[in-house]
Design a protein around this ligand. Structure first.
Ligand SMILES: Nc1ncnc2c1ncn2[C@@H]1O[C@H](COP(=O)(O)OP(=O)(O)OP(=O)(O)O)[C@@H](O)[C@H]1O
Length: 619
């Protein structure tokens, strides 16, 4: 009897295996078919994507490669891109990229078209701004518009001379000849939607295109791909993976499921393989308010632990979160909650990590300038990444007396010891080495007797000795401020005036080496222990409101109107974010809610069936 039960349980855990077979059928050479595989958190979508790709490699990898074709995979983040490429052993038949890199690779050789598009769109934007300027009222908005008009007009005047536009999908794009992230998305999607040559290139090069997290894929691109699909459906297969409940960005397509053609295959999954039973129950309860899709936990899943800690918003937050973790250690019978490095704290905004983890003075000016966007979030602002990738390891190597490593870093990065320097000074190489050594010494002097220099002091020392090559913007950063300066330069000058260890903390955060991550940033990931921190007072934006979701703050008239009209509301967006954050947990989950109204939060948590009274604690 026990054996039969065990066997049943085992087979139950394979209940969704048919989905991978259905996807394989869609990808088979005889009857290719596009598909839309949408399923809840932890249901194994990423796993199915990898299985599908392995199948493609086995079945048609060599044929595709022989014809210089590839399977395109579009992921949401660079981290997901790296992870998938690694799992596919970097096989060249796969072109795994983020949306931005994918589009840029497709369009970058069409420089004349890019130029025409940029000129046209700048003219349009300037005309729109001018119209608003004549119609609109004065005040701050008018001043802002005026400077926008001026900036765009200057760029437009310079564009004629541009021979080659540049774009870095992973950095901030400096200079009038570089394209912004949104320009590349708009332009690339438009070219795909309209230009037949581009469509032929896309379909010819990538007969199969799979998209991960497609609920958050930019809507312009999704629309463009659906147009291409209609035209080329006999030789172009699209596979979309995702979960509408996990749509957390504003630029995804909100009614995606309704736009998928009827003839696409739509396999369904019902099991959550990631989380303990109690966490799956909570996820189902959260989801109930949006689309009523339910998941089942694995038959061998642990029960798991969830707790809601309700805290006054004026409380000492670090202390409260530490107390919540101590309680979790007891309730979940898991000592790892006592070590901050062993659980993940999910915050709503990066600046919450900035103030808790000690890099606020570096972060705030860059964030407030609103000019860095993704590069601030992923740590790719070039001056900062240079300091953390080159200078920080150099200083650490020196501090641990690792002369070999110091010399390796200098040889790898310094123009004082590059090939050109040696060619030019072939007669006196000892002198070259001496110059480099002196430059290193001068830099390291800044840390003498336990001192911590500011980032600006470090850049100045490097500039003086030419130890490393610095970009042109560093010259501006190190100069006295001038009128009408570039916003990025102003922000960087202020940000880099902080002590170097603050920059190191920031770098640790963006490279995911701290206990903190944002609710949004952990999409697709999983951790044994998760603490979800909900704190509207520290969240600057108004896109999300946990206080409204938990009934501690009333809905606005706009919320009510949007709800009535069936539009997406802030509360729905917050529900989805809450779902994403909670479903990252495998074993135990602590939710910490900072609020102005503790009782209201408790009442809502109970009446929504999210937490039982025993699972709720006031701190
Ligand atoms: N069929 C399966 N059998 C056993 N484990 C599985 C199965 N499918 C997925 N898993 C495991 O469940 C976890 C979640 O899988 P995966 O990350 O692929 O889910 P997902 O649907 O992409 O999740 P999310 O949407 O939440 O990011 C992973 O640890 C994965 O290894």
């Amino acid at each position: 009897m026990e054996d039969i039960k065990a066997a049943q349980q085992l087979s139950d855990n394979h209940i969704d295996d048919h989905v991978d077979d259905e996807i394989k059928l869609c990808l088979s050479d005889d009857s290719p078919k596009s598909f839309f595989m949408f399923a809840g958190a932890g249901s194994g979508k990423t796993r199915s994507l990898i299985n599908a790709l392995s199948f493609l490699d086995k079945e048609m990898g060599s044929k595709l490669s022989a014809h210089s074709k590839q399977v395109a995979v579009i992921t949401y983040t660079n981290a997901a891109c790296d992870e998938i490429s690694k799992r596919l052993q970097y096989k060249p038949v796969f072109a795994v990229s983020t949306i931005h890199s994918f589009l840029w690779e497709l369009i970058k050789n069409y420089q004349l078209d890019i130029k025409a598009w940029v000129i046209e769109s700048l003219k349009k934007e300037i005309a729109e701004l001018n119209e608003k300027q004549t119609k609109g009222r004065g005040g701050d908005a008018a001043v802002k518009r005026e400077s926008e008009i001026k900036r765009k007009t200057t760029r437009l005047a310079k564009i004629e001379t541009v021979k080659k536009f540049s774009y870095n999908p992973n950095g901030d794009n400096v200079g009038y000849d570089s394209l912004s992230h949104s320009e590349v998305v708009k332009m690339g999607s438009e070219f795909i939607a309209i230009e037949e040559t581009m469509q032929e290139i896309l379909v010819g090069k990538y007969p199969v295109l799979l998209i991960d997290e497609s609920q958050d894929t930019k809507k312009e691109l999704v629309d463009a791909l659906l147009i291409v699909y209609e035209k080329y459906k006999d030789r172009f297969v699209i596979g979309m993976f995702g979960d509408t409940m996990q749509r957390i960005y504003m630029d995804g397509k909100d009614n995606l499921a309704c736009c998928i053609p009827d003839e696409w295959e739509k396999p369904k999954k019902v099991m959550n393989h990631r989380s303990a039973t109690r966490i799956v129950e909570l996820a189902n309860a959260i989801r109930k308010t949006i689309d009523k899709q339910e998941q089942r936990p694995r038959s061998d899943a642990d029960r798991g632990t969830v707790r809601l800690f309700i805290v006054d918003s004026s409380a000492n937050k670090e202390e409260m979160e530490c107390r919540a973790a101590q309680i979790m250690a007891k309730k979940a019978n898991d000592k790892d909650w006592l070590d901050a490095a062993r659980y993940k704290s999910l915050i709503l905004e990066h600046h919450m990590a900035a103030s808790r983890f000690g890099f606020f003075d570096l972060y705030a000016p860059l964030n407030e300038s609103k000019s860095f966007d993704t590069s601030l979030r992923d740590g790719s602002i070039s001056e900062i990444s240079f300091l953390s990738n080159v200078v920080s390891p150099l200083v650490k190597a020196h501090q641990s007396s690792n002369d070999f490593e110091v010399s390796r870093i200098v040889r790898q990065h310094s123009p004082l010891l590059d090939k050109k320097a040696f060619q030019e000074n072939s007669a006196d190489q000892t002198k070259l080495l001496e110059t480099a050594e002196n430059a290193v010494e001068e830099l390291l002097l800044l840390w003498k007797c336990g001192a911590t220099p500011t980032c600006i002091e470090i850049l100045k020392a490097i500039k003086k000795t030419n130890l490393f090559t610095l970009n042109d913007r560093v010259d501006d950063i190190l100069s006295e401020p001038v009128k009408d300066e570039d916003k990025k330069t102003v922000a960087l000058r202020e940000a880099l005036s902080v002590p170097f260890d603050e920059l190191e903390k920031y770098s640790a955060y963006v490279t995911d080496n701290t206990q903190f991550a944002t609710h949004q940033g952990v999409k697709g990931r999983e951790f044994p222990r998760v603490m979800v921190i909900m704190d509207d007072t520290e969240a600057k934006g108004f896109l999300f409101s946990y206080e409204k979701l938990f009934g501690a703050k009333s809905k606005t008239e706009t919320d009510i109107k949007n709800e009535r009209e069936g539009k997406d509301t802030g509360i729905m967006r917050t529900t989805r974010l809450f779902y994403v954050a909670c479903t990252r947990a495998e074993k135990s989950l602590a939710v910490v809610a900072y609020t102005e109204n503790k009782q209201a939060v408790k009442n809502t948590a109970i009446s929504n069936g999210w937490f039982s009274a025993e699972e709720i604690e006031f701190l």
